[in-house]
Design a protein around this ligand. Structure first.
Ligand SMILES: NC(=O)c1ccc[n+]([C@@H]2O[C@H](COP(=O)([O-])OP(=O)(O)OC[C@H]3O[C@@H](n4cnc5c(N)ncnc54)[C@H](OP(=O)(O)O)[C@@H]3O)[C@@H](O)[C@H]2O)c1
Length: 752
């Protein structure tokens, strides 16, 4: 109202405003006055108000960006369709306008409609492009000889060991040998009923910390019932042990070692399939709880365990970075993932006179495979699922039938032997012999080890373990051309929250090796996530992309299947990874030598530039004695930025990063920021090895800024306080003009 009445006056300064604190408003108006050149009596303003110290960035480089990032390459959630970037023989012919070659590539059918021509061209182009892209998606595990380095044998920590499972003679001998190495030992003859009680008992008996638990399962079983019962009991019991340890409050984390004999397909001896799920499970424990994890050791199955005690003891007392170890023919092997290019003998063709069974055939991948099999010449498909046809799958099956194929939908539980015996009778009653099986039935779930219940465990394992085993048993008399299991990357490098799924898939991997050793066809494909529905939801796709796991386009995945059907390999991983990101994520909590041979183009660490000075340049701005304070502040700001906290907040240097709410994606971000700051590629286990700001700071000072810090001495402190006192006295005695002059001088020196 004042403004409306007195229009000629230049500046209105409000003292009150709705929603703004009175004092804040007064200060803001005072600031405006000062900016207008009005002389302010600052000393009069300054009284004994209560004050709050606020941390401000003290140097000009650490600016936050508020620009919208360029969209180029930032959309990590969408699957890169290979054809978006690649050419194919079709595009080359189109470019050249070579219609004669193009028509020669089309179907031999005499009169194709325009739509059919376009469809065929698209199909041929996508197939050619996917085949080219395949090169970067195929991997397998190579077992490499790596002797254990015991030259630097450190005196093992005095502690107690608990040995569970295995034959009494074995456990006794292991206990004796551990005791010879000054370890205290206790063993239990049968798998315990109550692990919490056992742990309590063991810890009450002696003051020595429980440093390790050896969980033995070296027994080889082959009969139908024994395979299924051993698979179930050993995994469930290990799960109970892990859950009891996770609930145990003693501060000393115990390392769990799982020892098998023949759980890995290496050497001439057939794999012991019932032991395999322990390996899948172990890979997930290592990801979810590295602090609890010792490792997996697979002994020579053709020798008795007692004769291999020396290896076992050496591994237990001298662990290195490898947590998957296999002994064969006196050699120590470790796994390394390597790119794969299996040779193919012939191109795959299905037989119109045979029939093909797809378990999980009405699922997302099952139906895609059914369509592909028809394209390869199959005419009779058996699609199996528990629910049978549903509204969503009816149309897809009808389309296959309308194209002249016989599609039998069977409602059966692949894990129920009685259901499957019924299915087998029906298959055998048909005129067309069974020529191939695609086992794609599965249940996907995410449950951490703490959350897992025996029921959930069983629900996820049964289609894989009982289902796979039933199919193997029932088909043993059929003359199959192929038996393909849809396994997962979860059993290759683990997957947090999927101990059950990894265990089930590892069984299928093992089963295919077992079949191969019997001369039967078998192929396990460890699929990475597929795009376009099924077990991988859009939400999961987004999350996976953030971890460096890209989804496979169905065209690419189907090309991989087609290629692998005629390849000479029993187990292949098909996965599209952004390895630089995935490796960093994967090795966040402990080194992961499994991926050592996967090369990643070295990340460009930004060179020193004027806009982004490196850490040393930033520290050089201040006096030597103030550098450690500035370093701490810089680290606190880096951590605050990663945690998305205001830059002025100062995270407590002693609190662990993960306790502050840092997740694995943030930890990778911090590692990248630190690498950039120091101008070196830091290990991806950075936040695990140096779990708080204090430790990170010490590491940087000791390793990267040697001689850069002058420790503050008592004299420095005295001089500092003397200078401070003098400065205050000088300020008090100076006139306003003198002070203004000094401030101007300081500001000019900073700008210069
Ligand atoms: N999708 C991926 O990205 C991906 C990646 C790696 C591996 N895999 C593997 O590929 C396979 C297929 O995956 P998907 O994405 O197509 O999954 P999906 O869409 O969920 O299909 C799985 C099918 O399995 C059937 N099934 C489950 N338990 C069964 C049982 N006991 N007996 C008979 N049928 C059973 C289900 O039908 P009912 O409920 O009617 O029985 C369902 O239709 C799975 O084995 C999975 O582990 C998939």
């Amino acid at each position: 109202m004042g403004r409306q009445c007195i229009t000629e006056v230049g500046l209105w300064l409000p003292s009150l405003r709705p929603g703004v604190e009175e004092w804040q408003q007064m200060l803001s108006s005072l600031g405006q006055l000062y900016v207008q050149g009005v002389k302010v009596d600052w000393l009069a303003l300054d009284r004994e108000y209560s004050r709050e110290k606020v941390a401000l960035p003290t140097y000009p480089f650490q600016r936050q960006r508020y620009w919208v990032e360029s969209s180029e390459g930032s959309d990590k959630t969408t699957t890169k369709h290979p054809s978006a970037t690649a050419s194919s023989p079709i595009t080359e012919l189109l470019d050249r306008g070579d219609y004669q070659q193009l028509t020669a590539m089309l179907s031999e059918k005499e009169s194709l409609t325009a739509v059919e021509v376009v469809q065929q061209l698209i199909h041929l182009h996508q197939k050619a492009v996917a085949q080219t892209a395949l090169r970067d998606c195929l991997y397998h595990i190579e077992w490499q000889i790596k002797p254990l380095d015991v030259a630097s044998e450190k005196p093992s920590q005095d502690g107690q060991w608990l040995i569970i499972g295995g034959e009494v003679t074995v456990t006794q001998k292991l206990a004796e040998q551990l005791e010879q190495k000054q370890q205290s030992c206790r063993f239990v003859k049968e798998l315990p009923q109550d692990y919490s009680e056992l742990l309590q008992l063991v810890q009450q008996e002696t003051e020595l910390p429980l440093v390790g638990i050896v969980y033995l399962n070296c027994e080889e079983v082959t009969s139908h019932e024994e395979v299924l019962s051993q698979t179930e009991t050993t995994c469930q019991s290990l799960l109970e042990l892990l859950q009891a340890l996770l609930q145990d409050e003693s501060s000393n984390p115990t390392k769990v070692w799982v020892v098998t004999a023949g759980a890995v397909a290496l050497g001439e001896h057939p794999i012991s399939v019932a032991q395999t799920p322990l390996w899948g499970m172990g890979k997930v424990v290592s990801l979810e709880h590295p602090e609890l994890w010792g490792g997996l050791i697979d002994l020579e199955p053709s020798k008795d365990v007692e004769s291999q005690m020396e290896y076992l003891i050496t591994e237990l007392l001298n662990p290195d970075a490898d947590d998957q170890i296999v002994y064969r023919r006196e050699e120590r092997y470790v796994p390394r993932l390597v790119p794969s290019s299996p040779s193919t003998s012939k191109t795959f063709k299905a037989e119109p006179t045979g029939s093909y069974l797809i378990t999980g055939g009405l699922g997302s991948l099952g139906l895609k495979v059914a369509n592909w099999l028809v394209q390869q010449g199959a005419r009779h498909l058996i699609l199996l699922s528990r629910r049978g046809l549903t509204e969503e799958t009816e149309a897809a099956v009808a389309a296959l039938q309308e194209a002249g194929n016989k599609v039998s939908v069977m409602s059966a539980d692949v894990a129920e032997i009685t259901d499957m015996e019924r299915v087998w009778k029906q298959i055998q009653a048909e005129e067309k012999p069974l020529k191939g099986i695609i086992h794609a039935a599965g249940v996907g779930r995410l449950d951490t080890l703490e959350e897992l219940t025996p029921e959930v465990w069983e629900a996820v394992l049964r289609p894989k373990v009982k289902g796979g085993w039933n199919l193997h048993q029932l088909s043993s008399s059929e003359n199959l051309d192929f038996f393909v299991c849809f396994s997962s990357i979860a059993s290759v490098w683990g997957s947090a929250g999927q101990a059950h799924y990894a265990a089930g898939n590892q069984f299928l991997d093992g089963l295919m090796h077992y079949r191969s050793s019997l001369g039967l066809p078998g192929l396990a494909i460890n699929w990475g996530p597929w795009a376009g529905g099924g077990m991988v939801t859009a939400e999961a796709e987004e999350w996976l992309a953030q971890t460096g796991l890209e989804t496979l386009s169905p065209e690419l995945a189907i090309s991989a299947l087609e290629y692998l059907m005629s390849a000479d390999q029993v187990q292949v991983t098909v996965s599209q990874n952004d390895w630089s990101h995935f490796k960093a994520m994967y090795a966040l909590k402990r080194p992961r030598p499994l991926l050592d041979l996967i090369t990643v183009a070295a990340e460009r660490v930004e060179a020193k530039t004027e806009q982004a000075p490196n850490l040393q340049q930033r520290l050089e701005v201040v006096a030597e004695t103030q550098r450690s304070e500035l370093l701490r502040q810089i680290l606190q700001e880096e951590v605050a930025l990663v945690l998305d906290l205001p830059i002025t907040s100062r995270p407590n240097p002693e609190v662990g990063f993960f306790d502050m709410g840092m997740d694995s994606l943030m930890a990778v971000e911090l590692q990248k920021r630190m690498s950039k700051l120091l101008g070196v590629n830091l290990s991806s286990t950075l936040t695990f090895d140096l779990p708080n700001i204090e430790k990170l700071e010490k590491y940087i000072i000791d390793q990267h800024l040697v001689g850069f810090f002058k420790p503050e001495t008592d004299e420095d402190q005295q001089e500092e306080s003397f200078l401070e006192t003098n400065l205050l006295a000088e300020i008090e005695q100076s006139s306003d003009q003198e002070l203004e002059g000094s401030i101007d001088q300081i500001l000019e020196s900073i700008i210069d």
